[in-house]
Design a protein around this ligand. Sequence first.
Ligand SMILES: Cc1cc2nc3c(=O)[nH]c(=O)nc-3n(C[C@H](O)[C@H](O)[C@H](O)COP(=O)(O)OP(=O)(O)OC[C@H]3O[C@@H](n4cnc5c(N)ncnc54)[C@H](O)[C@@H]3O)c2cc1C
Length: 371
Amino acid sequence: MKEKHQIIVVGGGLAGLCSSIQLQKAGYQVLLLERHQYPKHKVCGEYISNEVLDYLNQLGLNPFDLGAKNITTFRFSSNKGAALQIDLPLGGFGISRYALDAALCNLALQQGVCIHHEKVTAIGFTDNQFEVTTNKASYNASFVIGAYGKRSVLDKALSRKFITNKTPWVAVKAHYQGPQPAHVVGLHHFEGGYCGLSQVETGAVNACYLVHQEVFGRFKDIPSFQENVIAKNRHLKAFYAESNMLFENPLTISQVSFESKTIVEDHVLMIGDSAGLIHPLCGNGMAMAIHSAKIVSDVLIAFKLDPNHRSTIETQFKNRWHHHFDSRMRAGKWIQKGLLHSGLTAFGVAILQRAPRLLSRLIKTTHGNRI
Ligand SMILES: Cc1cc2nc3c(=O)[nH]c(=O)nc-3n(C[C@H](O)[C@H](O)[C@H](O)COP(=O)(O)OP(=O)(O)OC[C@H]3O[C@@H](n4cnc5c(N)ncnc54)[C@H](O)[C@@H]3O)c2cc1C
């Protein structure tokens, strides 16, 4: 006989872990299905906006107890070397996903969340209940939260539209011992992409870049790409020249998709990147993932996870998601378009150097208030 659960969360990244903790704390028994073990490095810029700091504290996690770096300043440079620096409107903190996801997993276990390390292969919905199939077992549940990230076999299984489109983005990340002040997050432009630099809890600098496949594919390997493209930005050239990589090899991912997604798919409530990924240059994807975990949990708790209210739960969740995130996603799209246009970037930096408040406003369009 299949195990029957009130709620199953698929994917234990930031979104899945935060929703599991909130729901479990509210008295609901959560089964979280995550394919990997913790801790694990992930391709991510590892700068998190302070908008989710209070919420993380409420869940029981203070990132500064783990050594997170307080980040107050934003530095930007164009490919041509022009640079500017401003105070961040809200600020944030630098912490590795290696440390953060593992700490949230420990917190979830302490709260009583049941975590199974299994790969979910299918989610079906019939007669007002779900059947979730993994590589090891099969479960029934009244509700399923989809928190399985940017791209998964599950998107194919659920016939989600975006999954059929190829996307040209590649991302590369590694930690370095190198020169980057702890209070600064850097965003540095180069042909076809941009690179974020910020310290994490160990004092290492996370260098993570996103690049168009068309530019990346011209080179045989990462070192020659970095030497021939990234090093044209003198700030990045100086960083890489003065740094030692702490990973054996950089981590890479491809097929990073920024296409619109459906927020509820065959009754699965999607959160985090499964609901949509904002362009990484905004430095807001993790905050959105965590915020969306709060939104879905608040709605489910308000209706006591009663399947008779499924339709209202889905509508309220969708409405709140769109209310909080639609304009940020749009702004991120436009900013990324502008940034990848070298002429526009140089022109933009010249203007922003004279009017730094404009940059502060631009940052605000992709961020929310503290939740
Ligand atoms: C290059 C790049 C740089 C970025 N930089 C930043 C930044 O500096 N700041 C910021 O705020 N955001 C940044 N982001 C965005 C941020 O990384 C994401 O928004 C965030 O990780 C989303 O969290 P999540 O929980 O939705 O997904 P994830 O963290 O991807 O978690 C999904 C989880 O689901 C699991 N999973 C997947 N499929 C299955 C399955 N079938 N069965 C079971 N488990 C499964 C995975 O193993 C994973 O643990 C960046 C993104 C990119 C691509």
